[in-house]
Design a protein around this ligand. Structure first.
Ligand code: NAI
Length: 300
């Protein structure tokens, strides 16, 4: 028949099996969230060391999930039965959806897409969680770019309801619709965005963060800026938020936005100076603030 791939019945099937490639801060959070909605998820990691680190992240997420949901041992066992961690590609062929959440590097992401593609089921969708690269630059290595999109979760995944579904000019409507149904099934609020720097959220958010970075560089008191914005109604001040995101990740986003927001170049440079001094944010204990065991101790 003349049926195009996007009208085949299989592509209308709900997403049931998911593989997340990369079990770091985001990948582990995404996988855990999906498993807590009774879907099977496999995290694919590089080697036994990074797989162990991913498993430890899942353990921590499970501990806070248990507290938050007053879950029983049975609930926990059920959730864990949906989760596995592997260093092989064996879960890819049966996946309906593959979510790439590896390091923010175009060459690495392209390689992951290229290596995964031959193993994908015909109707599988593959997405990237990138926050600063353009999705089409990753998708262009794929023979079926209509089945590729961005799926931009926010940090921390368990707390942030919004997920951006990033459509390239090649992403099919069937792919987008299937992703929207999936996000609703796992209790997230999706918004469809175009494939442009910062998508929607970071494009609007970063000029605000950039002004806070600028004020800090001018010598304004870091905690005073944050306290004032919290009193204004923000759930967390802008500089503490940057520490949570990671100064390195934020610097990538600022750099990508510099093509459309000239001011952003300045933020990227300020953030780079922090990275040069090993101030990566909460993840290594030093950012705009100092942290010990994940608890804020005071300005840096
Ligand atoms: P991360 O550095 O915590 O995790 C990356 C993980 O990928 C590591 O566990 C690493 O071992 C693994 N990895 C690297 N290469 C791999 C490969 N070839 N195969 C399998 N696993 C591999 O990074 P994070 O913060 O989780 O970021 C991941 C992605 O999510 C990036 O694209 C980032 O831009 C995006 N993102 C980050 C947010 C944040 O606030 N940190 C928010 C939204 C998106």
């Amino acid at each position: 028949s003349m049926e195009s791939p996007e009208t085949t019945s299989s592509s209308k099937q709900p997403i049931e099996r998911v593989v997340v490639i990369g079990g770091g801060a985001m990948g582990a959070g995404i996988a855990h969230w999906i498993a807590s909605h009774d879907m099977d998820v496999t995290i694919q990691e590089l080697d036994s060391k990074t797989a162990t680190a991913a498993t430890e992240r899942l353990d921590q997420l499970t501990t806070s999930w248990r507290k938050h949901h007053s879950a029983t041992n049975d609930d926990e066992q059920r959730l864990r039965s949906h989760l596995s961690v592997t260093t092989h590609t064996d879960a890819i062929p049966s996946a309906d959806l593959v979510i790439e959440a590896v390091v923010e590097r175009l060459d690495v992401k392209r390689q992951v897409f290229q290596q995964t593609e031959p193993l994908l089921a015909d109707d599988a969708i593959m997405v990237t969680n990138t926050s600063s690269l353009l999705v089409h630059q990753i998708a262009e290595v794929m023979p079926r770019p209509e089945q590729v999109a961005g799926l931009h979760f926010f940090n921390p995944v368990a707390r942030m309801e919004l997920v951006e579904v990033v459509q390239t000019t090649e992403t099919s409507m069937a792919t987008t619709e299937r992703l929207l149904r999936f996000l609703k099934a796992i209790g997230k609020t999706p918004i469809v965005t175009a494939d442009a720097p910062g998508f929607v959220v970071n494009r609007v958010l970063f000029p605000y963060l950039g002004e806070a970075i600028q004020m800090a560089a001018e010598g304004f008191d870091v905690s005073q800026i944050d306290q004032e914005m919290e009193k204004f109604g923000m759930p967390m001040g802008p500089l503490e938020l940057l520490d949570h995101v990671g100064i390195d990740i934020a610097s990538h986003v600022a750099t990508s936005l510099a093509t459309i927001l000239p001011h952003s170049e300045c933020s990227a440079q300020d953030l780079q100076r922090m990275i040069d001094k090993q101030r990566l944010g909460k993840k290594n204990g030093n950012g705009f603030y100092r942290y010990r065991n994940g608890t804020k101790r005071g300005p840096f």
